[in-house]
Design a binder for this molecule. Structure first.
Ligand code: GLU
Length: 423
């Protein structure tokens, strides 16, 4: 079988990274060729054109994708992102990571991911709505509560999910709340879903610091990306003692070695659209943020930022991957050389899909949980997943990324083995 080389993702892209990680895991687990081969390929990938009427009367034709990697443990689950860099290969990689992520936290889903190559920041709400509804119409036959359940991702949110839910429901002739998660609470969304990825990341960072004998009180955090994950992480780590010393978004970063009040960062971003220029901070670049003197680095933006080039500059002792795929295989090797403890994406950011699972259950049951119940159940899932992955890492003598992958891929492989290959 073709094996992937270990080139840096900057050159090779996220799909190459995802395949290298799977190949390494298959070797570690001594997976049979039939299962390894099945898991290397997504079950189904669709590419659709999304012609959209723009406000000026023109029609712009966007391209959208949905990759459904695996359904052996349940329906596909994963976000939809709107970003100029979206490609078919990217969503294929992201859907594969979703499969392992769902298995690491042991929720009964496989992995999916989709997106539209577009620049959402330059589009009006009306344009975004028309584009979303057209995309949802194209996907109507391959999504659904038992097939594939989208959720928010990069530059999509609860409103996007409401449009998808409405479009799907209008086609079905009745309301189908369980077709998406991360929808508004008024439409059956779960309390606690919005903050869930950040909160889940806080739980695993807390457990990691405890395990490493590092106090959380005063632990300095550098957060790359101040979207849903990075901003919630910052707000939720602060009350338990973490000190955010640096934060950034696509326009640049800010730094104050004595700590930055998260309320100020959130307010400044709300007002100006960026953290840049927040009072009491110095400006830094996104690259400089990675090299900030701190205990915990939280890359929570896009893929491929920790590479063989940037990894040697990192001073953090712990990395918690709020983003999907921020580290390349070569980057990981360099982190291992430096003895940095990595909480990999498929563990560190699994809180989002965990509460998505709770939301799906609530939507199907029509019975809703309190926010305390959601948070408590999330904590249990995240702590259990951390302990399981850490134990695997100790047992096998491998880094946390390979250990998490071994747990995730191992669970999916067992499901494939039990179901067998049809017919
Ligand atoms: N987009 C999020 C992720 O990458 C959430 C997916 C979901 O909740 O289905 O994990």
């Amino acid at each position: 079988m073709a094996q992937s080389d270990t080139s840096d993702v900057k050159i090779a892209g996220p799909l190459e990274t995802a395949l290298v990680q799977l190949d390494q895991t298959a070797e570690l687990l001594q997976l049979e060729q039939s299962i390894h081969g099945k898991l290397r390929e997504p079950k189904r990938v669709v590419r659709v054109s999304v012609p959209t009427k723009m406000d000026d009367g023109d029609v712009e034709v966007f391209v959208g994708y949905r990759s459904q990697h695996n359904m052996d443990r349940g329906p596909c689950k994963g976000g939809i992102r709107y970003h100029p860099g979206v490609t078919m290969e990217e969503v294929m990689a992201l859907s594969m990571w979703m499969t392992w992520k769902c298995a690491v936290v042991n929720v009964p889903f496989g992995g999916g991911k989709g997106g539209i190559a577009c620049n959402p920041k330059g589009m009006s709400m009306a344009e975004l709505e028309r584009m979303t509804r057209r995309f949802a119409s194209e996907l109507v036959d391959i999504i659904g509560p038992d097939i594939d359940i989208p959720a928010p991702d990069v530059y999509t949110n609860a409103q996007t999910m409401a449009w998808i839910m409405d479009t799907y429901s209008m086609n079905a002739g009745h309301v189908v709340p369980a077709v998406v998660t991360g929808k508004p609470v008024e439409l059956g969304g779960s309390l606690g879903r919005d903050k869930a990825t950040g909160l889940g990341c806080v739980f695993v960072v807390r457990e990691a610091l405890k395990t490493l004998g590092m106090p959380i009180e005063g632990a300095r955090m550098a957060v790359q990306g101040f979207g849903n994950v990075g901003s919630w992480y910052s707000r939720l780590i602060e009350p338990i003692g973490g000190k955010v010393v640096a934060a950034s978004d696509s326009r640049g970063g800010v730094y104050n070695p004595n700590g930055i009040a998260c309320a100020d960062l959130v307010a400044h971003k709300k007002e100006t659209g960026s953290v840049v220029g927040c009072a009491g901070t110095d400006g830094i670049t996104n690259e400089e943020l990675l090299a900030v003197d701190c205990e915990v680095l939280v890359p929570s933006a896009l893929e491929g930022v920790i590479t063989s080039e940037t990894a040697p500059t990192i001073k953090a002792k712990v990395i918690a991957e709020g983003a999907n795929g921020p580290t390349t295989p070569r980057g990981q090797e360099a982190l291992n050389d430096k003895g940095i403890f990595v909480l990999p994406d498929i563990l560190a950011n699994a809180g989002g899909v965990t509460v998505s699972y709770f939301e799906w259950v609530q939507s199907l049951a029509g019975y809703f949980w309190s926010e305390e119940e959601v948070d408590t159940q999330l904590e249990k899932v995240m702590v259990t997943a951390f302990e399981r992955v850490h134990a695997e890492s100790e047992k096998l003598g491998v880094d946390m990324r390979l250990a998490a992958s071994a747990v995730g891929v191992g669970r999916v492989a067992r499901a494939v083995r039990l179901r067998g290959i049809y017919p």
